[in-house]
Design a protein around this ligand. Structure first.
Ligand code: ARG
Length: 472
């Protein structure tokens, strides 16, 4: 389009404002920056819904007759159908609210001009974004839950497989592989609680706040709240049009989910390397190399790990946007949607891919067992001495000497002759080699939350129970 043609189109554009402007239209450079239709069009189902509720509220306040209210409702239903069928905005539609207003005029004519009585796009967009966020939290909850179910299913097959646990990525103490996998389950369970909390924060209705000072018609906000499925109404109209805390909370939950997924992905990627070999990846969530025929790369997991940066960036972008804003609505806030859409879209891509990648992992119990060594039972050996009456400090020192000896001789604790044990501590008996068994080590840890067989079984049951509750 030429600049002149654009200016003409802009001058004729359907606008929700413009009376105080000369009528030449806005600059294309301004429209390119200002128009948010490309981003916010996806709010349309919520904007249609809240607009219907608003028409009812206006009828209740005596602003619309019942006939006008019915016309508008019928029109909005038709607009919803056209949007669902994929009707596209024109270049001059400023945002989703303007688009719906234009389409409503096409459907019902001039009565459409009464719908915007007493409301502003400021309370309108805040309401629609809250409705979208509540819905998004529910979708994320379902996707997280699906991944958690894969974890529980895989963990069932891993209860009796023992592997090293790690601290500082150094071999620590043997654990059930199910225990390791469930260590990634509980962070996601906390994430689901955070999603619920974010949805609750979003469930406070701003509609009726107008541009900043509240609606001048006697509409019932309580009725609007009930119709639109909110828990409460906002207490202050100035706060209501600029509050984006609920977006920040959803973004924080998303950023943390991203972080948790990245840690799970990292464990799987390391354990899937030839050096570890605990995990074998499947065919459907990995890719090959264009050069090296032997390669199988865990791309889905790497993309999950990488995408955590996106959610983190989205959260900091939103926090930086709201910092230092003057009170009430400012156009800076328009960008909240691009940010929160990006975070939620990314996670809704990543979560099913991680679930799929994990579901097709084969865990190699033989390779895990091979990574265990009797020296990892050094703590159990110290505990053995404690049970025979030694203090832990003394036991720790004695076992430390044995470990040093092993290191010098290039051997493991179980391969030392009994005489060496007897020499560092008198309480060692010939049942000491029993204490060096990985199974024995695990069996001793039946404390709640520990890696003992019964404790892990109880944990698995608790995990499944947690999955049986859903958001809202
Ligand atoms: N598209 C705008 C947004 O998303 C709607 C609110 C515009 N308000 C205004 N006073 N210009 O924030």
């Amino acid at each position: 389009m030429t600049t002149a043609a654009f200016a003409e189109a802009a001058a004729k554009a359907h606008k929700l404002w413009g009376g105080r402007f000369k009528g030449g239209g806005t600059a294309p450079q301004f429209d390119a920056l200002n128009n948010s239709i490309g981003v916010d069009i996806r709010l349309w189902p919520f904007d249609v819904e809240l607009s219907k509720a608003w028409a009812m509220a206006l009828y209740g306040a005596g602003v619309l007759t019942i006939a006008e209210c019915n016309d508008i409702e019928r029109g909005l239903n038709a607009v919803g159908q056209r949007l669902a069928a994929g009707v596209q905005p024109t270049a001059s539609d400023e945002d989703v609210h303007t688009l719906i207003d234009r389409l409503l005029h096409e459907e019902v004519g001039e009565v459409a001009s009464k719908l915007h009585t007493g409301r502003s796009r400021n309370d309108q967009v805040a309401t629609a974004t809250r409705m979208w966020s509540m819905d998004a939290a529910g979708q994320l909850d379902a996707a997280v839950r699906q991944l958690q179910q894969v974890m529980v299913d895989q963990a069932h097959g891993l209860e009796t497989s023992l592997m090293p646990s790690y601290t500082h990525l150094q071999r620590a103490i043997p654990v059930s592989a199910a225990h390791w996998l469930l260590a990634h389950f509980w962070p996601l369970e906390r994430d689901r609680a955070r999603l619920r909390a974010a949805a609750k924060s979003a469930a406070v209705l701003p509609l009726g706040s107008g541009a900043a000072a509240g609606c001048a018609y006697p509409i019932s906000r309580t009725l609007l709240q009930g119709t639109l499925g909110f828990d409460a109404v906002t207490s202050n109209s100035i706060d209501a049009v600029s509050d984006r805390d609920f977006v920040a909370e959803l973004l924080f939950a998303a950023a943390l989910i991203g972080g948790h997924l990245s840690r799970l992905a990292e464990d799987l990627i390391i354990y899937g390397s030839s050096e570890f070999g605990f995990v074998q990846f499947g065919d459907r969530f990995t890719s090959g190399s264009s050069m090296m025929p032997q390669k199988r790369n865990p791309d889905a997991l790497e993309l999950a790990r990488g995408s955590a940066a996106r959610m983190l960036g989205d959260l900091t972008t939103l926090l930086a946007t709201v910092k230092g804003l003057p009170s009430s609505y400012n156009k800076d806030l328009q960008d909240d949607k691009r940010i929160v859409f990006d975070a939620v879209d990314t996670l809704l891509l990543v979560l099913p891919a991680v679930a799929g990648a994990l579901a097709e992992c084969t865990f190699r119990g033989d390779r895990m067992r091979a990574a265990l060594s009797s020296t990892m039972m050094a703590t159990d050996l110290a505990d053995y001495l404690v049970r025979k009456g030694a203090t832990f400090r003394e036991a720790h020192g004695a076992v430390g000497q044995l470990v040093r000896l092993c290191e010098e001789r290039g051997t493991e604790l179980h391969a030392l002759p009994f005489a060496e044990f007897a020499q560092v501590h008198h309480a060692f008996d010939d049942d000491v080699f029993d204490a060096l068994s990985a199974f024995r080590s695990v069996e001793h840890r039946e404390v709640e939350g520990g890696t003992g067989p019964s404790a892990v079984r109880a944990q698995l049951e608790a995990a499944q129970r947690a999955l049986d509750s859903t958001i809202r």
